[in-house]
Write a protein that binds this ligand. Sequence first.
Ligand code: SF4
Length: 330
Amino acid sequence: MELRGKLLDVSGLKVSFYTYRGVIKALDGVEMWMDSGERLGVVGETGCGKSVTSLAVMRLIEQPGEIQAGRVIFNGKSLLELPEEGMNRVRGGEMSMIFQEPRSALNPVMKVGFQIGEAIAKAKKISIKKTYPEAKEMLRLVGLDPDRVLNSYPHELSGGMSQRVMIGMGLATHPKLLIADEPTSALDVTIQAQILELLDELARKMGNAVLLITHDMGVVAEFCDKVMVMYAGHSVEYASTVRLFEKPMHPYTGGLLLAVPRVGRTDELKAIKGTVPDLVDPPPGCRFHPRCPHVMELCRTSKPPLIQVEPGHYVACYLYGDKKEVREDV
Ligand code: SF4
């Protein structure tokens, strides 16, 4: 089996949610991969499946959701085939996750010191009492005063401090991969920059990879080595961050970049026309086709595969590859 990423390789991942409105086909064959120590940004509009992808990788999809197909290879293990016990060891061990709302991820009735200790104790199979020196060290590392924070309840901390605690908890077990789901969106702009700097500094120091889920192209530009662009449950473009900004190939990525404000930008910001499709009844073929200025007949019926169009640059669009001769707009 050939892997595209040495640390994580996700292929053909499909997830659906069974609701009263019908079956929401949230992920339809997601592809994603990364090497050790790398930072991959997963970017796209709200509802495109970014967070569902990260939850599926952690195998945290709950009813009414279901992982229906796909393969997730992480650090040599096939996660979708692991027994629950093995998966529990992976979570909070080799792989951990921080969330958008740090305060709701912390238990409001337990002191922070206990919660960090619990995470370390679970991963190292030691008693919570023995974890305090490490918990203190971890709080120092994330720039907090351990003597104050260890004895605090989550409501006594600001949003930024809570996110620092979550980062500390996420990294306390020295994971190979930290998944950060919109870690700065609930914070003030100045605090956002501090949290990104902290993630950057700690990832360098500890050598862990970061999978960053975000809707913010500015955050991607600043933090990520590579980017996967998602649209309506499909992976549509994957490239190094530099190349993606230099030469976006998928029409959706092009649209996303035209909608990003920048200092000194003189051209008009353009919103992508139309709206994100309802995933209970998504458009057939390329899910972007109702909004795409280059749509062709083939796009309406057949889903374009993610193909490599230049070294390290992958696109799922019929404007590229051997089907490009059917283009109607050239
Ligand atoms: Fe547009 Fe067709 Fe490419 Fe989809 S496959 S992005 S509809 S050109």
